[in-house]
Design a binder for this molecule. Structure first.
Ligand code: VGL
Ligand code: ZN
Length: 190
């Protein structure tokens, strides 16, 4: 059983641009919202939402030679959390990918492993020992966040039914997580 008083729920990048109709749609991304709201209603010590938050000429955008269409531009509707997440009692927001010249898939560190978002310090300050991770996209930012949570020493669960990936088959992302000691849990088991 999880001691929720020492646990944080981390909602990764559940933002309009990753949902159907958004600039970088994750297929079926909207299907996670019920499970996410159910999880968030549990008495976690903290419910932390990461928010992809890019300047409009961000290095990850195709016009700058990056892999992605422009998405989650700071202050736009696409970067907002969806209305359907309103019941969820988010206690903290951690923004990532905020600097023009570097991207951050993980909610903890940017991709060159140099700049911290402050998430580790936030969790330590709250006395968190265990994190439950869900959101979008399973094969990019959810996986990177869960792997870093392990790296920083947290017991780490991922809830696959509250995640969707960009790739059609998230199997290899899940295998990699399991190899690193991440446990896959159902909503009921959290
Ligand atoms: C993400 C690609 C670019 C994600 C963010 O949240 O998984 N993927 N920016
Ligand atoms: Zn991004």
């Amino acid at each position: 059983m999880i001691d929720l008083s020492r646990s944080a729920l981390i909602l990764v990048d559940i933002q309009n641009d990753f949902l159907p109709g958004g600039a970088l749609t994750v297929p079926e991304g909207d299907r996670i919202l019920n499970a996410v709201n159910t999880l968030a209603a549990r008495p976690f010590r903290a419910v932390i939402a990461t928010q992809d938050w890019h300047p409009k000429n961000h290095c990850s955008f195709t016009a700058q030679g990056g892999p992605w269409p422009p998405h989650c531009i700071a202050g736009t509707h696409g970067a907002d959390f969806p209305e359907a997440l309103t019941p969820t009692p988010v206690t903290h927001i951690v923004r990532k990918g905020v600097l023009q010249d570097r991207d951050s898939y993980s909610g903890f560190l940017d991709n060159d492993r140099a700049t911290s978002t402050g998430l580790d310090g936030l969790l330590r300050g709250l006395g968190i020992e265990h994190v439950v991770v869900c959101g979008l996209a399973l094969d990019y930012c959810v996986a990177a966040t869960a792997l870093d949570a392990r790296h920083y020493g947290y017991r780490t669960d991922v809830v696959p039914e509250a995640c969707r990936g960009i790739a059609a088959d998230p199997g290899s992302a899940l295998e990699k997580l399991k190899k690193q000691g991440v446990l896959l849990k159902s909503v009921e088991a959290c």
